[in-house]
Structures are given as C-alpha cells and as structure tokens.
Design a protein around this ligand. Structure first.
Ligand SMILES: [Zn+2]
Length: 262
C-alpha cells in the first residue's frame, strides 16, 4: 500500500500534496438541483481537502443560449473567492454566430481559457466557428477544454500549437495523439469506472493526464477515489492530481493558486 492509497482509505486530508482541478462548474443546472453550489461552499470544500484551485466554468450555457449569464456567474465566483478559481469562458457557436466578442469580454474579466460543449449545443465538431475559437486560444496561449473534440482534433492540434487542448472527459483512446502532440491533455473526469484509470495509464503519457472533478455536479471524492486507490505509483498520481496542471499553467503563463494557509 502506498502513502496516498493509505491516506485515501483512512479519509485523511492530502496535506502536503499539490491538488489542482482542471474541470469544475459553478451555477445552476437546468435539469437538476446543485446542492452547496455557491462559490464559498465550493471553496470551503476545496480547503477541507487541500485542493488549491480549479478551472471553473458554467452549467447554464450547456444546452441553452445563456452563456453570457453563465460566464458572469464564473466571473462573480472568481471575485468572491480570489485566487482559487481560474475561469474558462463558454460560448455557444450555434446561437452566437460571432463568438469573439464574448471571448474578448471574458478575457477582459480575467478568464484564463475556454470551455466548449458544442455537441450538447447542437453545433458540429468540424464547424468553422470552432476553428475561430481555437485560433483565439492559440493567439492568447490559452487552455481550451471541450466536452468532446470529435474527429477534427488532430488537425486542430497541428494548426493551433499554442492552444493547450484538454479533453473534457476521460479519453484514453487518445493515447497515440498525446504521444505525438505536446498540446493535448487528457482529463480524468467521470465517469471513470473501477480500474479504468490504471488501465488507461498503461497507454497514456503520465505527464499529460489531468485530474478533473466535475464538481459541483459531482463530489470531489467521486473522482479522487479511483485515482488514489489505483495500482499506479504515487509519483504518477501526484503528476495527475496537480503537478501536470502546474506545468500546463506555466505553459500558458497563468498564475498558480497558492497553497492554503495552515
Ligand atoms: Zn462537467
């Protein structure tokens, strides 16, 4: 049993570790209730578990056109809990034919990257507006996370090398692309079944996998458990839980959330 495995089984705080979350949400969801979804509640839970910070994006625009409203909720959360949340701006390419003004507005508000979910919004993976958005991420050296990238991913990795592409969800099938392109990162976000993490890590580059919680949709523990308990070295777990995201933040010039005061 490794030290991280043991801490997880005992339910101990991961004190001394670097935990950075690449996939968290804020706000309301149209389909169901989000309990304890206020920024302060989310940050309190992060502090309890020693999670330093998270990429944060909205629920609201997932299936509706309310992306500006949702981005404002993210900006508000970043203001209310300074230094913990790193905002990713969402746009809806189906409704907004001109997506750049909203991306510019969010960038002015301090957002550090972009979140896409065009498949839920009914916009095709190979649509030209996605190229415009990836071009924006490339120009500003931003991370850009999509719920699912679909077939055109490789072409975009090649065309926009300064954008850091993140798969919104666990996708070990991208292992060969990850080996080929330094600007592709795989999020562990759920659903990640028992043993799925260790099976995936047999193929994936360990320096390109990022822990994502899907909080406040899911509890932090849902995603942390399968990683902490996996038969994978603690060195790799530490990379996945925070050290890889630290590298991603440095690549993009994004200030890293500091350790919690003791
Ligand atoms: Zn999510």
């Amino acid at each position: 049993m490794t030290p991280l495995h043991r801490k997880c089984l005992l339910g101990e705080r991961l004190t001394g570790e670097v935990l950075l979350d690449c996939h968290a949400h804020i706000g309301r969801h149209a389909d169901y209730v989000i309990p304890d979804g206020e920024p302060e509640a989310l940050a309190a839970e992060m502090r309890r578990l020693n999670i330093r910070g998270a990429f944060l994006f909205q629920f609201a625009g997932v299936q509706t056109g309310e992306v500006a409203y949702g981005n404002n909720l993210v900006a508000d959360a970043c203001r209310r809990v300074p230094g913990r949340f790193l905002g990713l701006a969402m746009v809806n390419p189906l409704f907004e034919r001109d997506v750049l003004p909203e991306l510019e507005r969010c960038r002015d508000l301090g957002f550090v990257g972009i979140k896409l979910i065009n498949r839920y919004q009914g916009y095709p993976d190979d649509g030209p507006l996605l190229d415009l958005i990836c071009g924006f991420a490339h120009e500003h050296r931003m991370p850009i996370l999509n719920h699912s990238w679909g077939a055109p991913l490789e072409e975009r990795l090649r065309r926009y090398p300064n954008a850091q592409f993140i798969t919104g969800h666990w996708d070990p099938g991208r292992a060969s692309l990850v080996r080929e392109y330094n600007n592709l990162w795989i999020c562990t976000c759920l659903p990640i079944a028992h043993e799925a993490f260790e099976r995936g890590m047999r193929d994936l580059r360990p320096d390109r996998v990022l822990w994502g919680s899907d909080m406040s949709d899911l509890n932090f523990g849902c995603g942390l458990g399968p990683i902490l308990l996996a038969r994978v070295s603690d060195e790799i777990k530490r990379r996945v839980l925070g050290l890889n995201m630290r590298e991603l933040l440095q690549t993009c010039g994004i200030p890293e959330p500091p350790p919690w005061p003791t």
